[in-house]
Design a binder for this molecule. Structure first.
Ligand code: 4NP
Length: 153
């Protein structure tokens, strides 16, 4: 089983989308995908309705997800930890038990490229921001799914 964790700040906008999108591109028998937030503002909540709606537009149901906070013990469970922006990166790295575990952590949009790109936080914007975020995450998850599927899962 390959285990992938998607992380953002609130775990209600970006990382729930990343969880649902990567799940839709991989086989749940072999790939476990989860998400978490570095902040605890919304623990137990459903994803933001704007994320639920944009995912539904593309046939993905994320409405059953429940917000949780990232914890240092996630390093014991997950093989890959993808973060949405540099701030998430710093918060997650701060909880790494050692430098070798730090290698698990990558910016989601750096997959398959050397560019440093972030998934912008859409929380304070309108629906168009959620569409943009969906497209950015979708492209990155294509690359991740290809990599995972090629390596025999
Ligand atoms: P997310 O977006 O990190 O993509 O889930 C946010 C959600 C909530 C807040 C900030 C960002 N907030 O400040 O409550």
């Amino acid at each position: 089983m390959t285990k992938v964790l998607m992380v953002c700040l609130g775990n209600i906008c970006r990382s729930p989308l990343a969880e649902g999108i990567l799940q839709s591109k991989t086989n749940s028998e072999f790939v476990f995908v989860d998400s978490a937030g570095t902040a605890g503002f919304h623990i137990g909540n459903q994803p933001d309705i704007r994320s639920i709606n944009v995912a539904a537009k593309y046939g993905i149901d994320i409405s059953q997800q429940s917000c949780r906070k990232f914890s240092a013990s996630d390093f014991e469970v997950f093989d890959y930890i993808y973060v949405m922006d540099k701030s998430n990166y710093a918060n997650v790295i701060a909880k790494a038990p050692n430098t070798s575990e730090e290698k698990k952590v990558k910016l989601l949009l750096s997959e398959g490229t050397s560019e440093i790109q972030e998934v912008p936080d859409p929380y304070y914007g309108g629906n168009d921001g959620f569409e943009k975020v969906f497209q950015l995450i979708d492209k990155a998850c294509d690359k991740i799914a290809e990599k995972i599927n090629k390596n025999g899962i």
